[in-house]
Design a binder for this molecule. Structure first.
Ligand code: ADP
Length: 222
């Protein structure tokens, strides 16, 4: 999974960099002329700025998503991880007028996991829900976070009242660089899935319900 991801990332960053080289070479050729025309140079330089910004945004977004030092596995209560993330997002939820329902099962078995990346996964899912619900002004914005015991270990569900996931795109959204957002990078779900799978778990989108529903399972020790 990682090799594939790296290849796609390299491709995605190479495109804007290749465009930067083309535009910069064009500018150099024009500047070698007797009277370079600033109006001809300006759009090329603007594109250089935009492409450079895009390449650097991709890299920094990926760095944040992968942000973790050496693997640091410990026995975790996933409810704690959820609570930490919700605490972090408290102002964001209020600002977006989201009504939050939390339904966490008590006495969940512990998960052998790495807290920082798992927190990142939960953060990603919730931020995606906020983005999705922001596009709808005609419905109340409701976010439901649940945890429960599951035959495979523990189950976490994140459900929102946004437009939901097109059944035809339920797998596509986990592809690297698939995004429907103007400023999106499309790395969140693919990296989230690889983090979950590195824990022996699964992350999927459930279609056919109102809004989007993501289900994450993580295995427990016993
Ligand atoms: P990004 O957020 O940069 O687009 P992601 O990999 O996190 O990247 O998401 C990929 C795509 O999946 C989004 O662009 C959107 O189309 C879809 N998606 C993710 N979460 C939701 C959600 N809660 N509701 C509707 N669509 C979603």
């Amino acid at each position: 999974v990682m090799g594939e991801l790296v290849a796609t990332i390299a491709h995605e960053v190479n495109q804007p960099l290749a465009a930067v080289v083309t535009n910069a070479s064009f500018c150099l050729r024009r500047l070698a002329e007797a009277t370079p025309d600033p109006d001809e140079l300006r759009p090329a330089i603007t594109e250089i700025v935009n492409d450079g910004t895009r390449a650097s945004a991709i890299i920094s977004r990926i760095r944040t998503l992968f942000m973790k030092g050496a693997p640091d596995r410990a026995e975790l209560d996933v409810n704690d991880v959820i609570r930490e993330v919700l605490q972090l997002l408290r102002n964001e939820l209020t600002r977006n007028r989201v009504s939050l329902r939390i339904d966490l099962a008590p006495d969940l078995p512990r998960v052998h996991g790495d807290r920082v990346p798992l927190r990142q996964v939960a953060l990603n899912l919730i931020m995606n829900s906020l983005d999705a619900m922001r596009t709808r002004t005609d419905r109340p914005r409701e976010l439901l976070i649940q945890s429960a015991k599951h035959p495979d270990g523990v189950l976490i569900r994140v459900q929102d009242s946004g437009p939901g996931i097109d059944p035809g795109q339920a797998d596509l959204i986990f592809e690297p660089f698939f995004t429907t957002k103007p400023e999106g990078i499309g790395m969140g779900l693919s990296i989230s899935r690889s983090i979950v799978e590195s824990h022996g778990g699964r992350l999927r989108a459930v279609t056919g319900c109102s809004g989007a529903l993501f289900e994450l399972t993580l295995p427990t020790q016993d």
